[in-house]
Ligand binder design. Structure first.
Ligand SMILES: [Zn+2]
Ligand SMILES: [Zn+2]
Length: 247
């Protein structure tokens, strides 16, 4: 059974590296929603959107760290590409910057599917508070047979729910990303905007990309899909646009 589902386009805030675009003004205090054309993108990092100049100014102290991080992230990738240091671990004819941009497009394409998988993997319908103690760790790899379709850029090799403590011990970009997710969740809960659950996407040789899903409230009417990992792998493999999550 699948049932009503929280709006997937809710979280647009960036916890450090990853970039997320939503259809809501990124100023937490503003409820304005819009389309790609009515919301204006942050010119520096292009990762968040605002309904007005006023909202952008108001949100700047929140957004500044992530904005700086996004800009630095892009510069670091470009530098690594120039040095050729990771070229041997990249798919043929693809730069690190390409891989990063394709991963971002792929995440955007599958955002709702990833959100659904996270909800079921973390068993949030049973206990929404597990968003605080657990996270999904997912490995993906690049598909040579993608034919330029963003939904087919990557395949899911594996996914599992793990405890935050365990994720923290994975090293790399994990510990810092978890701190940022923690802050994001705290702020969201404090503002009574629901909780934030997350998935960490590992795509070697890129750093882990944490994708947050926000505005999660009581999910108890939802029946947990036990075979969520198989559903996730299948729907991603088929580049299926999300409609429902289930076998
Ligand atoms: Zn606004
Ligand atoms: Zn920015």
């Amino acid at each position: 059974m699948t049932s009503s589902f929280p709006d997937p386009s809710i979280i647009s805030r960036v916890p450090g590296g990853p970039k997320r675009l939503g259809h809501k003004c990124s100023n937490f205090e503003c409820a304005a929603r819009g389309t790609d054309t009515t919301l204006k993108v942050c010119a520096r990092c292009k990762a968040v959107k605002y309904c007005s100049r006023e909202c952008q100014t108001k949100d700047w102290k929140n957004h500044k760290p992530a904005c700086t991080n996004n800009a630095e992230h892009a510069a670091q990738l470009a530098q690594a590409d120039q040095s050729g240091i990771l070229a041997h671990s990249l798919p043929q004819g693809i730069t690190l910057t390409d891989l990063d941009q394709r991963l971002e497009k792929w995440i955007k394409f599958h955002n709702s599917t990833l959100m659904a998988a996270t909800i079921h993997a973390l068993a949030l319908p049973r206990d929404i508070k597990r968003s605080r103690t657990h996270i999904v760790r997912m490995q993906v790899s690049y598909r040579e047979d993608n034919n330029g379709a963003p939904g087919k850029f990557f395949r899911v090799d594996g996914a599992e729910a793990i405890e935050m403590d365990e994720a923290g011990r994975l090293g790399g970009a994990w510990p810092e990303s978890l701190v940022q997710i923690g802050k994001l969740r705290e702020e969201s809960e404090k503002r009574r905007m629901g909780t934030v659950a997350a998935i960490g996407v590992e795509c070697y040789p890129l750093a882990v990309q944490i994708v947050p899903f926000g505005s999660l409230r009581d999910l108890s009417p939802l029946e947990i899909v036990k075979g969520w990992e198989q559903v996730l792998k299948r729907d991603v493999q088929n580049a299926k646009k999300f409609t429902r999550f289930g076998p």
